[in-house]
Write a protein that binds this ligand. Structure first.
Ligand code: HEC
Ligand code: HEC
Ligand code: HEC
Ligand code: HEC
Ligand code: HEC
Length: 227
C-alpha cells in the first residue's frame, strides 16, 4: 500500500469514528435521556387533578429503538428525528378533553393560508400561544389580542351603546373580552351596554388564575380523564 493511500484510509477511519462519536455525544446531550421527568412548575388552574400522561404521551418504540433512530437521523439515513421519552404536547392533547364544537376561534381555522399575515402577529393556531402549562396561570397572553384580527370590524345595526367602530377607533381593545368569551363556551349573552362590561382588572385577575368572571355554566364540560 502506498504511503498516501495509507494516510487517506486513516483519514476516513478518523472521519467515520469522529462522526459516530459526535452523533453519540449529541444524542446524550440533547435527548434529555438521563434527565428525570420532574414537574416543570405548578399545574395551571383547573389541572390540579389531572395526571401527567393526560398530556404527555409516551413516544413510540423502546429506548434502544429511539436511540437507533436518533443516530440514523444524525447520519442522514433517516428523514425524521427521533423522539425520546415523551412526545411534545400538541393541540390534539388539549382537545382530547376540551373539544368545543361551536368554538368561533378553533385552532385549525388559523392554519388556513388566508391567515398567513395574522399568524405573524399572533400564533392563534396553537393553544400554547395563550395557555402555557406549568405556569400556574390560566392565560399567558395580554387582554388586547383581538386587535390582530378584528381591526376592520363593522357591524350593521350595531346593538351596543358605543358602536364597535367607535371602540376600535379609540383602541379600546381591552373592552372586547369584557363582552365576549373568546371560545364562546360559556352560556353567556353579550351585554348591550358598555357599563355592563366585565372590568379589565377582573379579566387580568382571571388570566392570572383567580375565579372566572364569566358564567359558570358551559356548553361543553371538559373530560376529567384521558385514560
Ligand atoms: C395540561 C397538560 C399537561 C399536564 C397535565 C402536564 N404537563 Fe408537562 N408540559 C405541558 C406542556 C404544554 C409543556 C411544554 C413543552 C411541551 O410541549 O412538551 C410541558 C412541559 C413539561 C416538561 C419539560 C419538557 C420539555 O421538553 O421542556 C416537563 C419535564 C414536564 N412537562 C413534566 C410534567 C409532569 C411531571 C407532569 C405531571 C405532574 C406534567 N408535566 C403534567 C403540558 C402538561
Ligand atoms: C384530562 C383532560 C384534560 C386535558 C388533557 C387538558 N385539560 Fe384543561 N382542564 C381540564 C379540566 C377537568 C379542567 C377544569 C375545568 C373546570 O373547572 O371547569 C381544565 C381547565 C382548563 C383551563 C381553565 C378553565 C377555566 O374555566 O378557566 C384551561 C385554560 C385549560 N384547561 C386549557 C388546557 C390546555 C391548553 C390543555 C393542553 C395543554 C389542556 N387544558 C389539557 C381537563 C383537561
Ligand atoms: C389567542 C389566544 C387563545 C388561544 C390560541 C386559545 N385560547 Fe383558550 N382562552 C383564551 C381566552 C382569552 C380565554 C378566556 C375567555 C373564554 O372563556 O373563552 C380562554 C379560555 C379557555 C378555557 C376556559 C373556557 C372554556 O372554554 O371552557 C379553556 C378550557 C381553554 N381556553 C382551552 C383552550 C384550548 C384547549 C386551546 C387550543 C385548542 C385554546 N384554549 C386556545 C385564549 C386563547
Ligand atoms: C387570529 C385571528 C382572530 C383573533 C386573534 C380573534 N378573532 Fe374573533 N374571529 C376571527 C374569525 C376568523 C372569526 C369568524 C368570522 C369571520 O370570518 O370574520 C371571528 C369571529 C368572532 C366573533 C363572532 C362569533 C360568532 O359566533 O359569530 C366574535 C364575537 C369574535 N370573533 C370576538 C373576538 C374577540 C373578543 C377576540 C379577542 C379576545 C377575538 N375575536 C380575537 C378571528 C380572530
Ligand atoms: C358592551 C359589550 C360589547 C363590547 C365592549 C364589544 N362587543 Fe362585540 N358584540 C356585542 C354584541 C351585543 C354583539 C351582537 C351579537 C351578539 O349578541 O353576540 C356583538 C357582536 C360582535 C361580533 C359579531 C359580528 C357579526 O357580524 O356577527 C364581533 C366579531 C365582535 N362583536 C367583536 C368585538 C370586538 C373585537 C370588540 C372589541 C373592540 C367587541 N366586540 C366589543 C357586544 C360587545
Amino acid at each position: 500500500m502506498k504511503i498516501w493511500e495509507k494516510h487517506r484510509k486513516r483519514q476516513w477511519i478518523g472521519f467515520y469514528s469522529g462522526g459516530y462519536l459526535a452523533a453519540f455525544l449529541t444524542v446524550i446531550s440533547f435527548s434529555g435521556l438521563f434527565m428525570d421527568f420532574n414537574e416543570k412548575g405548578p399545574m395551571n388552574v383547573g389541572h390540579e387533578n389531572i395526571s401527567c400522561d393526560d398530556c404527555h404521551q409516551k413516544a413510540p418504540g423502546t429506548l434502544r429503538q429511539q436511540l437507533q433512530a436518533k443516530v440514523s437521523y444524525l447520519l442522514e439515513a433517516r428523514q425524521t428525528d427521533a423522539v425520546f421519552g415523551h412526545l411534545p404536547v400538541s393541540n390534539q392533547d388539549c382537545l382530547f378533553c376540551h373539544e368545543r364544537a361551536n368554538d368561533p376561534h378553533p385552532v385549525y381555522r388559523f392554519i388556513e393560508p388566508r391567515f398567513v399575515e395574522k399568524r405573524k402577529k399572533i400564533k392563534a393556531q396553537y393553544c400554547s400561544t395563550c395557555h402555557k402549562e406549568h405556569t400556574g396561570l390560566r392565560i399567558t397572553n395580554d387582554t388586547q389580542f383581538c386587535q390582530y384580527c378584528h381591526e376592520k370590524l363593522s357591524i350593521k345595526k350595531d346593538p351596543i351603546d358605543i358602536p364597535h367602530t367607535q371602540l376600535i377607533k379609540d383602541k379600546k381593545w381591552t373592552s372586547c373580552l369584557g363582552c365576549h368569551d373568546y371560545h364562546g363556551n360559556h352560556i353567556y349573552t353579550s351585554p348591550h351596554k358598555t357599563s355592563d362590561m366585565i372590568p379589565e382588572e377582573e379579566l387580568i385577575r382571571y388570566f392570572k388564575g383567580l375565579s372566572s368572571p364569566y358564567p359558570k355554566e358551559k356548553k361543553n364540560e371538559p373530560l376529567k380523564r384521558r385514560h
